[in-house]
Design a protein around this ligand. Structure first.
Ligand code: AMP
Length: 406
C-alpha cells in the first residue's frame, strides 16, 4: 500500500520536513525552517511539482511550534496535496542520539517514548526538540503511527574495542560514556547502494563509507555491519568538518580554558561552531567558497583543504587496516557527492592502497539519485559515489515498520 509519510527532521535551530509518497518515492512537499528560536527565523515551504518556495515568518517560535505552523500550511494551502491531517498515513522522526537504548528504528509507543526521554542528555541540543515534535504530533494526530529513526542505530554493532574510550571504567559504568557514532542512516544507505552498484550482496563486502558534508564521518562497514566509525560520544569527534574541529589533543581544551579564562559553554562553541574549515580558513565553512579562495591563492584556504584531505585519507587508511577486506570506498553527502576536486585530492594519495580514481569518470556531474563508480575498471578497490536524501531514507524506514503493523 502506498503511504504518505511526513518526515520530521528537527535540529537544534532548524526544522527540515518532507511529505513523501512512498510508492513512487516522490516528495510532495519540502520544508526548511532556519534560525528557529530567533527573531530572524523563517520557514520555506514548497509543493510539487514546481517547488516554488513560499516564506513564512516564524519569529521566536520553538521547533515544535514551527512544525504546527507547517501542518496548518499543509491543510490550508491550495497547492498542498492534502486538505486534512488524516491524509498523512505515518510520521517518520529523525532522532540524533539513541544511546544504548535503541539499536534500530522503532514505532513510538509508550515505552519507546519513555526511553527517548533517557536519550535527551546524550544530545541536549537535538533530541529535546525532536521529542517535543513527537509529543505535538501525538496530541494533534493520536491515531497516526510515528516512527523514530536514529542516527546512532547503525553503529550499535561496533565491538567494545571500537566503542570504548581509554578512560577509567567508571565513566562508562556511571554515565555510559562511549562512542556511539552518527550519520548512521546515511552510512547504511550508502553501503547498500554501493552493494547494488557492485552487483554483490552487502554481506560479502568490506566497505568504507564516507559521509562528507557540513558534518563528516567515515565508517568501516564489514559484511554489512558498522564495525567502527569516526564520530564518537558526540558528533564532534573524528574528521575536520565545516565548523567542528573533529579530533584534537584533549589537553588543548584545558590549556585554552586556563589561558583565556573562558567557560565550558564558550569552549564548546569554539569547538563546534568556530573551528574546522571555517576556523582554519578564516573565511567560510562552505567548501565551495574555500576551494575558490584557495584557487585564487589564499594560503589559509589552501591549508584548510590540505588538512581536510589529509584527515580523510588517514581515516580511510585506518579503516582499511581495521577490516578483513576492502572492496570499495563510498563517497556521499554534499562534498562527497559534488566535489570532483576534493575527491581527486583524496584519492591521489590513496592509489598505493589500490584505490585508483578514473579522472574522467570523477568529473562527470552526477544526477540526483544516480549512483556511479568512478574508479578505473581494474582498480583493486572500487570508488563509488552515492547520492543521498536523508528524508527519503527515513520515509522508507517508516514505511517498512508501519507496513509490518498491518
Ligand atoms: P550537506 O551537509 O551534505 O548538505 O553538505 C553541505 C556541504 O557540501 C556544503 O557546506 C558545501 O561545503 C559542500 N558542497 C556542496 N556542493 C559542493 C561542491 N560542488 N563542491 C564542494 N563542496 C560542495
Amino acid at each position: 500500500m502506498p503511504m504518505r509519510i511526513l518526515v520530521v527532521n528537527a535540529g537544534s535551530s532548524s526544522l527540515k520536513s518532507q511529505l513523501i509518497e512512498t510508492d513512487g518515492k516522490v516528495s510532495l512537499m519540502k520544508c526548511l525552517a532556519e534560525k528557529v528560536g530567533t527573531p530572524d527565523a523563517y520557514m520555506n515551504v514548497a509543493f510539487a511539482p514546481d517547488f516554488q518556495k513560499v516564506t513564512y515568518h516564524v519569529a521566536d517560535m520553538t521547533v515544535a511550534e514551527c512544525l504546527k505552523k507547517l501542518l496548518e500550511v499543509l491543510v490550508d494551502d491550495p497547492e498542498s496535496p492534502i486538505s486534512d491531517l488524516s491524509q498523512i498515513d505515518a510520521i517518520g522522526n529523525r532522532i540524533v542520539a539513541g544511546g544504548e537504548h535503541f539499536t534500530k528504528s522503532v514505532i513510538i509507543d509508550g515505552p519507546a517514548r519513555e526511553k527517548l526521554e533517557l536519550c535527551e542528555e546524550l544530545a541536549p541540543l537535538h533530541n529535546p526538540p525532536a521529542d517535543a515534535c513527537i509529543d505535538m504530533m501525538a496530541a494533534l494526530m493520536p491515531s497516526t503511527p510515528q516512527v523514530a529513526v536514529f542516527d546512532t542505530a547503525f553503529h550499535a554493532t561496533m565491538p567494545a574495542k571500537a566503542y570504548m574510550y581509554p578512560l577509567p571504567a567508571r565513566y562508562y559504568d556511571d554515565y555510559r560514556i562511549r562512542r556511539y557514532g552518527a550519520h548512521g542512516t546515511s552510512h547504511r544507505y550508502a553501503a547498500q547502494q554501493a552493494a547494488n552498484l557492485l552487483g554483490r550482496p552487502l554481506r560479502d563486502l568490506g566497505l568504507i563509507t564516507c559521509h562528507l558534508g557540513n558534518g563528516g564521518s567515515i565508517t568501516a562497514v564489514n559484511h554489512g555491519k558498522s564495525i567502527d566509525t569516526t564520530m564518537g560520544f558526540t558528533p564532534l569527534e573524528g574528521l575536520m568538518m565545516g565548523t567542528r574541529s573533529g579530533s584534537i589533543d584533549p589537553a588543548i581544551l584545558t590549556y585554552i580554558m586556563r589561558r583565556e579564562g573562558i567557560s565550558f559553554d564558550e569552549m564548546d562553541a569554539v569547538l563546534n561552531r568556530e573551528s574546522g574549515v571555517l576556523g582554519v580558513s578564516g573565511l567560510s565553512a562552505d567548501m565551495r567558497d574555500v576551494l575558490a579562495a584557495a584557487d585564487a591563492g589564499n594560503e589559509q584556504a589552501r591549508l584548510a583543504i590540505d588538512m581536510y584531505v589529509y584527515r580523510v585519507q588517514k581515516a580511510i587508511g585506518g579503516f582499511y587496516a581495521a577490516m578483513t577486506r576492502t572492496d570499495a570506498v563510498v563517497m556521499t553527502a554534499g562534498i562527497g557527492e559534488n566535489s570532483a576536486e576534493l575527491r581527486e585530492l583524496i584519492f591521489e594519495g590513496l592509489a598505493h592502497m589500490g584505490m585508483i580514481l578514473d579522472r574522467e569518470r570523477n568529473h562527470v556531474v552526477g544526477q540526483i539519485g544516480v549512483n556511479r563508480i568512478i574508479s578505473i575498471d581494474d582498480s583493486p578497490i572500487k570508488i563509488c559515489v552515492v547520492t543521498t536524501d536523508e528524508e527519503m531514507r527515513i520515509a522508507r524506514e517508516t514505511d517498512n515498520l508501519v507496513s509490518q503493523l498491518g
